[in-house]
Unconditional design. Sequence first.
Length: 161
Amino acid sequence: MIHQPYAQLIDIKRWADRGLCEAVSGNLDQLSAEENFLMLRIFDHIHTVDRIFQHHLLGLPHSFQAARSEVMPEFQALVNGMREVDDWYAAYVGGLAASDFEQPIDFVFTSGKPARMRRSEIILHVCLHGTYHRGNAGAVLQLKGLTPSPDAITDFLEAAA
């Protein structure tokens, strides 16, 4: 049952990403231009890293030179892209055999440094990376007196009960 914890982590990531998208989209008009740009940067960084590691898992090259887009996408395009890649990760993890999680993948970081990670480590990285930056976005909302979306595993379990 090695599949179960990774599938649950991806489900939590997908739920938390969607919650953040809703919380931010409902409050964009209350953020300054600088805060809006910062929020776009956070969303873009999360999404770009998700896409880079998606390519690594698929063994495909990507065109990213950094862990952010060269040209900032529109907010709704990022929301749509995050939804799409989160759904892809859920389907991908659901389709892996137990032995696939330990398979090493060789790739090159955007810095040019070669790397090797197991599929399970990549999935864990994507989940933890998103959690960190959703916290950044939540802090921006809180500084404005706005309520961020729930993001904790316990919140996910409570909502699912």
